[in-house]
Design a protein around this ligand. Structure first.
Ligand SMILES: C[S@@+](CC[C@H](N)C(=O)[O-])C[C@H]1O[C@@H](n2cnc3c(N)ncnc32)[C@H](O)[C@@H]1O
Length: 333
């Protein structure tokens, strides 16, 4: 069993991202239970390379057991074969979530004492093994495998890139969109802008394809990709509503994209709904797989996309600010 602690700002989408990655790792793997921001998963080490791609998560690890009370937690801890899980020194670290329903103040000390009795050494400053206790409705005990530091994401924020425009998605969200598109080898972003989605996909090791109407964006996206060390890319200046002309012989396995929301500059002078409709149909022509796409909430993407032939599978709402709310959709051809 595994666990993921998701971020709190887009929890439904974060859960969808985990589901997508598990699905790619194995048809057997799935989310078993959610306790606030804690997800218990059916899965094993085979999922680690995919979970390493997570955007909307704090950490993941191996889940040892859950308990409905502290008594049950301590009694189960007595029966764990700790030598199978602890490498070197250890520390017990607690996460008290807002729905925590247990008096967990001393759990680190008490669980730590049970484990040290077995001969393992505590190291509070730099433990080699971190044992995590999550308190929610239930209590959950796991071993942290990977913590996703904020710094690398912050270093890829729009204003940190060599080519900057204030149109870009936060890197964690861009990353989740690539994952929701179930991209395994490659991804296309037909409205790439400054390349935010492509940077994340490139850093996951995928081949990235990008299109933008504006030459400055194509040049800027290239600078940005190079800056973050992404080398495997194909960028084209062109129209997202004519993708078949741009890629006459190519069918993509995944598309992730964030079309322009409003200003005439980013819309290339077109009417918004007309552009969305034509872009969806053009994406459909070159895709055999999943599309993840963001649209302003006013646009009824489901009806339009289903008419074209897409199956709309998932939909996540986000209020960005007072004048922008949007949905992230996941669709399949
Ligand atoms: C919201 S931005 C994308 C932001 C991007 N995700 C990023 O991280 O920078 C939309 C982009 O679509 C481009 N665009 C507008 N109409 C287009 C069209 N018909 N074909 C291709 N690109 C278009 C705009 O120039 C703009 O760069």
């Amino acid at each position: 069993m595994l666990y993921v602690e998701i971020l709190g700002n887009l929890p439904e989408m974060a859960q969808g991202e985990v589901r997508a990655l598990l699905e790619m790792a194995s048809p057997e793997f799935r989310i078993i239970e959610r306790d606030y921001l804690f997800l218990a998963l059916k899965g094993d080490k085979k999922a680690f390379p995919l979970l390493n791609r997570l955007g909307l998560a704090h950490e993941y690890g191996e889940l040892l057991f859950s308990a409905k009370s502290l008594e049950e937690l301590y009694s189960k801890a007595e029966n764990v074969k700790w030598k199978n899980y602890i490498r070197g020194t250890f520390k017990v670290d607690r996460e008290t979530m807002v729905n925590c329903s247990h008096l967990v103040e001393n759990v680190e000390k008490k669980l730590g004492a049970i484990i040290s009795k077995r001969g393992f050494k505590v190291n509070l400053s730099s433990p080699e093994t971190l044992i995590r206790v999550y308190c929610g409705k239930k209590l959950w005990v796991g071993i942290r495998e990977r913590f996703f530091k904020a710094k690398p994401f912050n270093e890829r924020k729009a204003d940190q890139r060599p080519f900057y425009k204030p149109i870009a998605l936060p890197p964690r969200v861009a990353r989740a969109m690539v994952n929701l598109a179930r991209a395994k080898k490659e991804v296309l972003d037909p409205f790439m802008g400054t390349g935010g989605i492509l940077i994340e996909a490139g850093l996951m090791g995928l081949k990235v394809y990008g299109v933008d109407l504006r030459r400055d964006m194509v040049e800027g996206a290239k600078r940005n990709l190079e800056h973050y060390g992404v080398k495997n890319y194909v960028l084209k200046q062109g129209d997202a509503t004519k993708l078949r002309e741009l890629f006459p012989d190519k069918t993509f396995e995944a598309v992730a994209t964030d079309p322009p929301y409003g200003s005439s500059a980013t819309l290339g002078g077109r009417k918004r709904e007309e552009l969305y409709k034509k872009a969806l149909s053009s994406i459909y022509d070159v895709l055999d797989g999943y599309l993840s796409i963001a649209f302003p909430a006013q646009f009824n993407a489901e009806i339009v996309a289903e008419k074209i032939g897409f199956e709309v599978l998932e939909k996540y709402y986000q209020r960005v600010h007072s004048s922008l709310d949007r949905y992230f959709y996941v669709m399949r051809t």
